[in-house]
Design a binder for this molecule. Structure first.
Ligand code: ADP
Ligand code: MG
Length: 286
């Protein structure tokens, strides 16, 4: 192919919906050894559907209402999905006080005199709540009210249409390893990992542990390391990688600002295109 200067490389990328914020990032993409991915919203759509509602106290409608009430202020893909599910029934009351988002765990807040939590099993156990066993596929959102366990909402996400194509493309380009870092539970993460053919899966990570994992990956890499994420609970990892890549559509504004490269259509296969363009590009030395 025709050698392009870094300026024309950036132009060629932008025509394909890939925003590259400087020639140095194209150079880093030429030397890529490892690509690390966030799962939710990056490899998967981040748009969950309810698979099962299980109430141990009260009705299933009540369970969904309690969850939707406490999730209404969160931008997490899980929260947005629960908001959407409940909006089909009714609108949520807005009076949540002492709202707190616990990154990688869940959300908590007070509605009237009721203290509510919605989040994962690890966090519920830490809070002294006893969640039901997670025996099926998918992501479990456990719900509690006033220290009493109400039940769970089991939800499922879809792998993006171009995820497998992207991982195959990276392999074909000689990228040595692809790694998933996720806060989701191990069974779900590993199942998705097998379906898409990723080299390694590291699951059940808190936001700090994602940073530690990335640092270990940087240390043992034979070249540059890219991280691809949506910025929800992974912005620190995005800034730590040699090349931070954000999803432009689904991603948070913070991620888009912090990133070196933005994939405007949210398709993982755009990364393969970005590497091809980078490799066709030469630094012009004056
Ligand atoms: P990922 O690495 O898959 O993007 P996160 O680090 O954002 O995941 O979250 C990890 C886990 O924490 C989720 O799988 C979920 O169990 C729980 N969690 C995070 N935010 C929320 C929320 N708003 N509501 C319920 N659960 C949440
Ligand atoms: Mg995330």
């Amino acid at each position: 192919s025709i050698p392009l200067g870094f300026f024309s490389g950036i132009g060629a990328a932008s025509k394909r919906g890939i925003l590259v914020k400087g020639g140095n990032h194209l150079e880093a993409l030429q030397q890529l050894d490892t690509v690390v991915f966030d799962k939710t919203g990056t490899l998967t759509e981040g748009v969950f559907e309810v698979v099962e509602l299980k109430a141990v106290h009260g009705s299933e409608d009540e369970l969904l209402r309690v969850a939707a009430t406490v999730e209404q202020h969160s931008n997490h893909p899980i929260a947005k999905s629960i908001q959407r599910m409940y909006a089909r029934h009714a609108s949520v009351s807005t009076a949540v006080q002492d709202y707190q988002e616990v990154a990688g765990s869940g959300v908590t807040g007070r509605f009237g005199t009721d203290q509510i939590q919605a989040g994962n099993a690890r966090w519920f156990k830490e809070l002294g709540l006893t969640p039901l066993d997670q025996t099926e596929d998918g992501t479990y959102v456990h719900v509690a009210q006033n220290d009493s366990y109400l039940g769970f909402i089991r939800i499922a996400d879809r792998i993006k249409d171009t995820t497998v194509e992207a991982l195959d493309g990276l392999k074909a380009l000689g990228i040595r390893q692809t790694i998933m870092l996720t806060g989701d539970r191990r069974e779900t993460a590993e199942q998705i990992g097998r379906q898409i053919g990723i080299t390694q899966v590291k699951a059940e990570l808190l936001p700090d542990q994602k940073v530690e994992q990335l640092e270990a990956i940087l240390y043992q890499a034979n070249g540059r390391v890219a991280f691809v994420g949506d910025g929800i609970n992974d912005a620190p990892v995005l800034t730590r990688a040699d090349v931070g890549i954000a999803m432009g559509g689904l991603g948070s504004d913070v991620a888009i600002e912090a990133a070196d490269v933005v994939l405007m259509t949210d398709e993982p296969k755009q990364l393969v295109e970005a590497i091809r363009i980078a490799r066709a590009t030469r630094r012009i030395v004056y």
